[in-house]
Ligand binder design. Structure first.
Ligand code: SF4
Length: 474
């Protein structure tokens, strides 16, 4: 697709994973043909930017030569630990495969829009709760048996629960829902289905009437993966919620559908215990990294014996096949290369689009500003607060409202309090100097905060006019 800095290519490997050698090869292709920046999106797709029509063709040939099969057809997504997570209630892959086959047999792909998707979540350590989908199936325990909660239109919090059924019925309902969507046209989604259609899907299978539903709000069955893996279930620490939702817009200047503000059930950053070894999850700051850094990290992973690298929702990469020792070593390398290796990293609280110079529409150097603020004002960035830095009013990185938004326009870097990048800024500073204004806000929070008060609560107390004044005058 066309973006401010040329064509952008989005890749979803069929298997969900790549060998370290393949990722190195892809990085080298990105260096040769793109602008040298690689991205992992909120939904866990790999993006290469800055291509021309000709270089995109060359890249495609090199992807083929690397033997990377990329996904086509309706996305039926399973989690990045699917099939290897000992905490999965059920392996989601067989059901996902049956749904893919049924979609093909029903010849639905061409009749559905490109943004229609299905999620099949095995209920393990890394849930897909934060990923929106037209149809979502989630494994739940019903006594000795496994059932699948079937929900439509949304993420785990917003989707409408229809039924809790066995795998056959789950597949049938999923495909029936997609047929109904296809009948409405290529722009349609399950959110467009009528109450009557939803009722008919919910009564598809008689078993639905005798099993409890899995509405998160009415949760008679609690999926285990509502706990956050950031702190590792194995570590027995409490769940945490991240302020920057993986559902926020992509870093590309374009968004994959499903971008909205939601707190995820879990983060892919951290260490995950598998049956015989460990997986390490690291994130790309703001979803983006120079290709050379990815090549260097993949090379290190190769040397340490990582067996596979999987893309994960939340702009992350999961390195599989590691021992505790090699995991620690790779984690240190990731930090040295500038990756995010801890959920406490203040960069996880900042959503920043590419801005200048990467995007032609950008008016401020968003990423450089984000780095300065993360370094100089980490106190501001506690888990209560989202800072959105947007190169222009389009707000690609965070379409919803944020507590603080810096937005570039012809007047410099405007500050919006509790609004979106499209709102009228309450104060301005020159773009090069915006971090100093934010430091003024951080200093005021430091001084004014009550014991136990979050940054967001403190800012609310200070009021929008007071915050604007702090930004302006520091
Ligand atoms: S918000 Fe503006 S500057 Fe940032 S990526 Fe989108 S179009 Fe470009």
């Amino acid at each position: 697709m066309q973006t401010g800095d040329g064509l952008l290519v989005r890749l979803n490997p069929v298997a969900g994973g790549l060998s370290a050698k393949s990722l190195i090869g892809l990085g080298e292709s990105a260096l040769r043909h793109g602008n040298g920046i690689m991205e992992v999106t909120a939904r866990g797709s790999l993006q290469i930017r800055g291509l021309t029509a000709e270089s995109a063709r060359l890249l495609a040939a090199e992807v083929d030569a690397l033997g990377i099969a990329v996904r086509s057809g309706v996305p039926v997504e399973t989690g990045p630990l699917a099939g290897i997570d000992p905490q999965d209630i059920a392996d989601p892959r067989p059901l996902a495969e049956r749904i893919r086959t049924a979609i093909e047999e029903a010849e639905l792909t061409a009749r559905l829009g490109p943004k229609v998707s299905v999620v099949v979540d095995g209920g393990g350590q890394l849930s897909l709760d934060a990923v929106t989908a037209d149809v979502r199936l989630k494994a739940v325990r019903c006594g000795e048996d496994v059932r699948w909660g079937v929900l439509v239109a949304g993420d785990a919090r917003s989707a409408k629960p229809l039924a809790t059924v066995d795998a056959d019925a789950a597949r049938d309902i999923a495909v029936a829902a997609l047929r109904m969507v296809a009948e409405k046209g290529r722009d349609a989604h399950t959110r467009d289905l009528s109450e009557r259609q939803l009722a008919s899907l919910a009564s598809w299978h008689s078993v639905t009437s005798v099993l409890p539903d899995i509405s998160p709000s009415r949760g008679e069955i609690i999926p285990s993966a509502r706990l956050s893996p950031i702190f590792g279930l194995a570590r027995g620490e409490p769940a945490q919620e991240l302020p920057i939702s993986p559902l926020e817009g992509e870093m590309s200047g374009r968004t994959e559908r499903g971008a909205q503000e939601r707190e995820p059930a879990g983060s892919p950053i951290g260490t995950f215990k598998l049956s015989n070894n460990q997986a390490l999850g690291i994130a790309l700051p703001y979803g983006s990294m120079p290709a050379q850094n990815l090549i260097d990290l993949a090379t290190q992973a190769l040397n340490l014996g990582a067996t596979e690298i999987r893309l994960a929702p939340g702009r992350a990469l999961l390195f599989l096949g590691l021992s505790p020792t090699t995991c620690a070593s790779l984690r240190a390398s990731a930090a040295a290369l500038g990756f995010v290796n801890s959920s406490a990293d203040p960069r996880t609280r900042i959503a920043a689009c590419p801005g200048t110079p990467a995007c032609a529409s950008g008016r401020i150097a968003t990423r450089a500003m984000a780095e300065t603020i993360a370094t100089e004002s980490p106190d501001l960035l506690d888990t209560s607060l989202t800072l959105h830095i947007s190169g222009c009013a389009k707000g690609c990185a965070h379409p919803g409202a944020a507590m603080l938004t810096l937005v570039g326009d012809e007047n410099g870097a405007g500050l919006v309090v509790d609004g979106t990048a499209k709102a009228l800024p309450a104060a301005y500073r020159p773009g090069y100097d915006a971090a100093r204004g934010v430091a003024g806000i951080a200093a005021a929070i430091h001084d004014a905060r009550h014991q136990g008060e979050t940054a967001a609560a403190c800012l609310t107390r200070l009021g929008a006019a007071g915050i604007a004044e702090l930004y302006r005058r520091n």
